[in-house]
Write a protein that binds this ligand. Structure first.
Ligand SMILES: [Zn+2]
Length: 340
């Protein structure tokens, strides 16, 4: 890697940008975790924020899931969901995000916990509304189906998602506690969601192969892929996603933290950009990955030896590839000063 110029942090912060790959439940930081544990009488894994930060660090997918679901189990009433949505949107706004699309683990809450989706949704929407009022930040929701539960469970989760549609619910996604795909066919779940007017995205090619990426596009109709780094294993799949205009919502720090790549230097982000893939940057589960949205722009700056126009292109990609209304996207694009 050649010598890289210092990252222009303020320039990056000031770029209007969207975050399209962040999990609501994975956005909960140490302070909120401790407050929720106290509220619900749960013994936390550590008793101060430094201790929780240490506990968050893990280099394995099972270790990550253990922490992720510990946080999920602390989210019990609508106000908990309101709080975490609002808090993350405030954080994202501080980093220049004008729009966030939250993945929400709907299969977990609905199927595994038996929770009431309508009250969860009401809480999240209240947090999104409050953050929009306070900061002007826009947000949409993507309920995720989980690959480890099977398509029948996916349909059960969808029953609740589709009977509680809201303007903020824009798509369904596929993502959850499986680091590679099972063979169950979720295509019919996505067809059902599409028939109700929802868009489609999917995690694929994180730890898994290029095949997953093609499968998610062809069988689920995914319009964006979360991660997608595995596509680089197969030039035919790379050509396919470029030809189809499918964006990959890439999270370099997460990929390193969960050993999908062996080190940051080995991350294929630069090769993805060179291949013509449309990339947006996300932080995935930021406190769990010791990252944030701006840090992901810094990783991209270093990995791909970007200049300021390269950073702007990534920010613009995130706006254009979002599911926000086109007129709103145009407004954001022009609000960021002259396009390079
Ligand atoms: Zn993710």
């Amino acid at each position: 890697m050649s010598q890289v110029a210092p990252f222009p942090a303020e320039f990056a912060r000031n770029l209007p940008k969207a975050e399209l790959h962040v999990h609501l439940e994975g956005s909960v930081g140490p302070g909120t975790l401790l407050a929720l544990a106290d509220k619900h009488g749960v013994v936390p894994p550590a008793f101060d924020e430094d201790g929780i930060e240490d506990w968050f660090r893990t280099d394995s997918f099972p270790g990550f899931l253990e922490r992720y679901f510990f946080v999920c189990r602390l989210l019990r009433d609508p106000d908990d969901f309101r709080r975490v949505a609002y808090d993350y949107l405030a954080t994202a706004h501080d980093q220049g995000a004008v729009h966030v699309e939250f993945h929400v683990s709907s299969s977990y809450h609905i199927v595994e916990q038996g929770a009431d989706w309508s009250s969860i949704l009401a809480g999240i929407v209240a947090g999104c509304d409050d953050a929009q009022d306070a900061y002007g930040v826009s947000s949409l929701l993507i309920p995720d189906l989980s690959p480890h539960l099977g398509a029948e469970a996916g349909h059960r989760a969808l029953d609740f998602v589709l009977t509680n549609l809201h303007d903020r619910v824009v798509a369904i996604g596929m993502g959850g506690p499986s680091d590679t795909w099972r063979t169950d066919d979720y295509g019919a779940c996505f067809d059902r969601a599409r028939a109700s007017g929802l868009r489609a995205v999917s995690h694929a090619g994180e730890h898994g192969s290029a095949w997953e990426v093609r499968h998610a596009i062809e069988d689920f109709g995914a319009e964006r892929i979360q991660h997608g780094i595995g596509a680089m294993q197969d030039p035919d799949v790379v050509r396919f996603i470029v030809d189809e205009g499918i964006a990959c919502d890439v999270c370099p720090a997460s990929n390193v933290a969960l050993a999908a790549v062996s080190s940051m230097r080995e991350h294929p982000l630069a090769d993805m950009l060179d291949a013509g893939i449309t990339v947006t940057l996300g932080s995935d589960d930021p406190p769990l990955m010791s990252t944030n949205l701006l840090a992901e722009y810094e990783h991209a700056w270093t990995l791909a030896s970007l200049d300021e126009s390269g950073l702007r292109e990534l920010a613009d990609n995130s706006l254009v590839e979002s599911f926000a209304p086109v007129a709103q996207v145009e407004q954001w694009l022009t609000s960021g000063g002259s396009r390079s």
